[in-house]
Design a protein around this ligand. Structure first.
Ligand code: CTP
Length: 395
């Protein structure tokens, strides 16, 4: 943690008294910490304590009242290697999820370029409320790491979930993050993501329900670990966040194959997460096919290239290729035969039987299959699944 720049965001909850201890632990480990506190946060812990511990003036307002000096949230966002918000109240979480930038803390969050961690703290009913849970899910989908609250006695004397995780454990999560952060630096990762659209005529296509969320989560996770990422994306409604991701938009399987052959050739890690259409219309009509001309219609389809198999056949020693499989029957044996056929090193298996897994969800439940072993994981956010997949890769 030595020399790392951490923005510690503190919002107005009773757990703010623990933030002083967290700050002390971070500074002791060699981190440079800039505290950003909300106006309510200052009611729970004094800025004097925090600036004495961090060795820096605490930032709370957009302007210093007397001098009129402006505090730049943009500069802070660029400066930070990590932003940790502990405690994060229900209100701050709601503002973050919805971009309500009416204080310095949320504004800095919106400007943060690197990883963000959030340690919620609130009463159990507030934590359990659908609104809070919706906001937490939004933050996770935005790539924020949630340090889930623990169970125990709360300030209200009620017992339940909502206690901020202990500072020692938060520090451990931060150490783990920095351990991962540089683990792929200097590596290139190529990823296919999303569906492909196969044109029938200028207004119609054959496609599938893939949202691309798993592939985009993998791209962000690899970039967060320092990799340069080439993300070959079919038609999806998703944005890339990290500047280390180079996005190549394609539409059809043939276009995706052409881009993949270029990008996977020099990649250290290749991940095939796209749901490629297996077939395409043999011909694409140049103008819109009219209905009144026909009572029946048959489309002649031809097989699309198998992108993973073609890239796999050209794989060089030292490259590690990962495929996905969505199976309904004989899951493990089908996955292992795909490993062989496509020269892959690992298959991430989705089961359609699992609720919350697969297409169009923010969560996934996977089994990671290699030639030697298989390991099943619980239902997690797609970003956490992405982290599990990257952890399982052996370069
Ligand atoms: N894949 C690919 N190009 C294709 C088909 C699949 O790159 N034309 C990749 C997928 O991205 C995935 C893996 O191959 O990583 C397995 O996809 P899947 O659809 O399960 O395999 P298929 O070969 O299509 O097998 P089947 O439809 O018989 O299950």
């Amino acid at each position: 943690m030595k020399g790392k720049h951490i923005v510690l965001g503190i919002s107005g909850g009773i757990a703010a008294y623990k933030s002083a201890h967290l700050l002390r632990l971070l500074v002791k480990q060699g981190a440079e910490v800039q505290v950003v506190i909300t106006p309510n946060g200052k009611e729970f812990i004094t800025p004097v304590t925090l600036s004495a511990l961090s060795g820096k003036p605490v930032v709370s307002e957009f302007f210093t009242a007397n001098s009129g000096e402006w505090h730049s949230h943009v500069d802070l966002g660029i400066w930070a290697d990590l932003m940790v918000i502990a405690p994060a109240t229900a209100s701050t979480i709601g503002k973050m999820a919805n971009g309500v930038a009416d204080n310095m803390l949320v504004t800095t969050y919106l400007s943060a370029k690197e990883h963000v961690m959030v340690a919620p703290a609130m009463d159990l009913d507030m934590w359990a409320h659908p609104s809070t849970q919706r906001n937490i899910a939004t933050l996770e989908a935005d790539g924020v790491e949630i340090i889930y609250p623990a169970s125990g006695e709360l300030a209200s004397h009620l017992v339940g979930k909502g206690r901020m995780e202990e500072p020692e454990n938060i520090v451990e999560r931060i150490r783990e993050y920095f351990g991962r952060a540089g683990s792929l630096s200097g590596k290139k990762v190529a990823i296919t993501a999303g569906p492909t659209y196969e044109r029938i005529d200028p207004v119609r296509f054959i496609g599938n329900y893939s949202s691309g969320k798993m592939g985009f989560a993998l791209a962000e996770e690899c970039a967060a670990r320092g990799a340069e990422v080439a993300l070959i994306a079919g038609p999806v409604a998703l944005d890339v966040k990290s500047p280390r991701i180079r996005r190549i938009d394609v539409e059809s399987a043939v276009e995706m194959r052409d881009a993949a052959l270029r990008e996977f050739a020099d990649a250290d890690i290749g991940i095939f997460s796209a749901a490629v259409a297996d077939y395409r219309p043999e011909t694409t009509a140049g103008s819109k096919i009219k209905r009144e001309k026909r009572d029946n219609m048959t489309l002649e389809l031809v097989k699309n290239p198998d992108i993973a198999a073609e890239c796999g056949a050209a794989k060089r020693p030292g490259q590690f290729f990962v495929g996905f499989a969505l199976e309904t029957d004989n899951e493990l044996s089908n996955s292992r035969s795909k490993l062989e056929r496509k020269h892959l090193d690992m298959i991430v298996l989705n089961s359609l039987r699992d609720k919350g897994a697969g297409f169009r969800t923010d969560t996934n439940k996977v089994t990671i299959v290699t030639r030697e072993a298989e390991k099943s994981y619980p239902l997690k956010s797609k970003r956490e699944v992405a982290a599990d997949i990257i952890d399982a890769i052996q370069l």
